[in-house]
Design a protein around this ligand. Sequence first.
Ligand code: FE2
Ligand code: FE2
Length: 251
Amino acid sequence: MATLNLQEMHAIADEAEERMARDLDVGVVRSTLFTLGAVDRTQALGPKRDPNQRMLMGPDPRLPEMPTKPKLIDFFKLRFGPSAHLLQSAKLALKAGHPEKIVIACLLHDIGVVGFIRSDHGYWGAQLVEPYVDEEVSWGIRYHQALRFFPDKDFGYEYPEMYVRLFGKDFDPEPYIKRDYEYARKHKWYGTARQICVNDLYAFEPGVNPQLEEFEDIIGRNFKQPEEGLGWDNTSASHMWRTIMMPTRAL
Ligand SMILES: [Fe+2]
Ligand SMILES: [Fe+2]
């Protein structure tokens, strides 16, 4: 599939929104966060919408329908972007003989990126899974983001070549990243967060696509799926799962 630039993606999204307003007679407004950068929301945007137009207050018909009690795997299949990187890193952890806690941490370490918000993905990802996994798992996910910027010879982890390519050779992480790295380095679960980084490093092989089903049992044992379905339960992360489920709900 051809890659679209941001402008093209916005044009397609705008078109789909107009079409939906016509066909279903509901308007859709994209959250400020979804558009910031592409547009400056502090400035007035285009013509005002018809104040009488009804707004979408449920699932977005342009997205695949979610089951009534969605599980983690449903989010992977119906909402998340490509997850080969996550699956590859979990597979590497499994092959290296790591305990399931590390394998699940690797499998989930970038769900902030593939399913929610990229910026500060480790922190968002940790919050998303916190109520459902062992504390050490979400801790590892939170801190892998900072640790990725710092080598550790003892673990055979070097500063990623990819980061030099992506962020430039002079990129210097912000003070909060350094602070969190220093904190994590002294923590009893440092090894968990570091193992995520180690398995992260080599999990970008093009054309390698482990299947999610291979990890179903590990997910079953290490991710407490709520009875009501993710999003419909009552935890500190439920609203985040609901937002992924219905990202364009007006309120
Ligand atoms: Fe990451
Ligand atoms: Fe990663």
